[in-house]
Ligand binder design. Structure first.
Ligand code: FAD
Ligand code: PYC
Length: 414
């Protein structure tokens, strides 16, 4: 893989950009790999990357039914933070956040990580108590957050209205090192690094079945034939239930659509990320100037990757009362992604009842921020059979009642 650098840009500019090589190869699938990962979203690609980087396992194929990053990874609103309440969550999300800090250098691709700061507004007494509690827990966990006053909120976000018609702003949970990154670039950067290690990324190849012998996985049936493997990682977000069914077990998970929209670009007006979870809407400004806006999940299970009018109405209404100036903005695009919700709003990173088959899912509305840490933990679990970061997130927690309740930290209405 040739390194991207200022020198490379200058060299290619001088020769009319004819020397760039493809970022990743598109090989024909082989008959067998040591490891097959299903799903070329951020979590699947990061798992493959860390398998190679940390464990020296490079005979790996990542199989994707569409195009890489075309699932939730390329559809999310890119908020990165680690201000969760429970210890296992803070550990994995903070690991991920810290890996984002150096991702552009580590993967030699600019993922535009922007640690601009994230505020979760407190608009009820209940939220004030909840976020104060989180700030205290975060202090114990080594995660830098603080509860800030309404005056400090206004200082950070001059366009905010503190006295909304329904709920005043009573303060906020502020994480100064939270922020955003360019979602596609995260997928592309991992794909490029995996390809450079000799791994195969196979797009437009749908997994339609899982094969096994004597309780041990042997491979997957795909739209391009059978592909054998020693170990299988299922990392397909909203489609985790279907994949599990193919492998002969059930997951405690539901698929629902989560929607987002984006406005026309305007001059810079807000340089932090704001989540207003009581009225329900969140907003940041992209580098192009668009306001990136999201709301809650659909109230019913579905697989539509589209937007709907009632969501625009609810979400924009919430944001107009928080930021009155956006009432004059035109909205450009709206879309949806299929998120994978568990009952405790925490992910599953686990071995499964089928030998050699592992699952990583359940990131729900909040897994973009977790991509590098999740891949790290999943790779360790697949390579060694155990990972300290993943241990609490095993499937056994649902049987044993060890739930990791993060419904408040998820910050998105479900
Ligand atoms: P995906 O990116 O969905 O990848 C799974 C892949 O598996 C897909 O590409 C799919 O095509 C493939 N696949 C499925 N079935 C098969 C099959 N049978 N064979 C082969 N391939 C298959 N998180 C945050 O942290 N911050 C946010 O601000 C945020 N905002 C969001 C906003 C929206 C609108 C949405 C939808 C999500 C948001 N999220 C956010 C959540 C985040 O996007 C997801 O948790 C994360 O991207 C999941 O990544 P993934 O790699 O697990 O899944
Ligand atoms: O997890 O921070 C988050 C988030 C924001 C919007 C959707 N998810």
């Amino acid at each position: 893989m040739r390194r991207y650098s200022a020198f490379a840009i200058a060299r290619e500019a001088a020769r009319h950009h004819r020397g760039w090589e493809r970022a990743w190869a598109s090989p024909e699938p082989r008959k067998r790999y040591d490891v097959v990962i299903v799903g070329a979203g951020g979590h699947g690609l990061a798992t493959a990357y860390w398998l190679g980087k940390n464990h020296g396992i490079t005979d790996v194929a990542v199989i994707e039914k569409g195009w890489l990053g075309g699932g939730n990874t390329g559809r999310n609103t890119t908020i990165i933070r680690s201000n969760y309440l429970q210890d296992p969550s803070a550990a994995i999300y903070e690991k991920a956040r810290s890996l984002y800090e150096t991702m552009s250098q580590d993967l030699n691709m600019n993922v535009m990580f922007s640690p601009r700061g994230v505020i979760m507004l407190a608009q009820t007494e209940h939220e004030v108590r909840g976020y104060r509690r989180t700030a205290m827990a975060n202090a114990q966990q080594g995660v830098a957050t603080e509860f800030i006053s309404p005056a400090r909120v206004k200082e950070l976000v001059p366009i905010i209205s503190l006295d909304g018609p329904r709920y005043p702003v009573l303060g906020g949970l502020w994480q100064a090192r939270g922020g955003t990154a360019r979602h596609d670039a995260v997928a592309w950067a991992y794909a490029r690094a995996c390809s450079a290690m000799g791994m195969h990324i196979i797009q437009k190849c749908e997994v339609t079945g899982v094969t096994s012998e004597n309780g041990q996985v042997t491979g997957v049936e795909t739209s391009r034939g059978h592909i054998g493997c020693g170990k299988l990682g299922m990392v397909v977000a909203g489609h985790a239930g279907q994949l599990a069914e193919m492998a002969g077990f059930r997951l405690p998970i539901e698929a629902v659509a989560l929607q987002a929209l984006v406005s026309e670009p305007i001059k810079p007006c807000m340089d932090v990320v704001v989540m207003a979870n009581t009225v329900h809407g969140y907003m940041s400004q992209s580098d192009k100037g668009e306001m990136v806006i999201g709301g809650g999940t659909d109230g019913f299970n579905n697989f539509t990757q589209r937007g709907s009018f009632h969501h625009i109405e609810e979400t924009v209404r919430a944001l107009v009362e928080t930021f009155p100036m956006i009432s004059r903005l035109k909205m450009l695009r709206q879309w949806g992604g299929i998120v994978d919700m568990t009952g405790d709003r925490s992910p599953i990173i686990s071995a499964t009842p089928l030998g050699g088959c592992y699952v990583n899912c359940g990131w729900g509305t909040g897994g973009f921020k977790a991509i590098p840490g999740s891949g790290w933990a999943m790779a360790e679990l697949m390579a060694k059979g155990d990972s300290p970061l993943a241990r609490a997130f095993s499937l056994s927690r649902f049987r044993e009642g060890r739930f990791i309740d993060e419904s408040v930290a998820a910050g998105v209405a479900h």
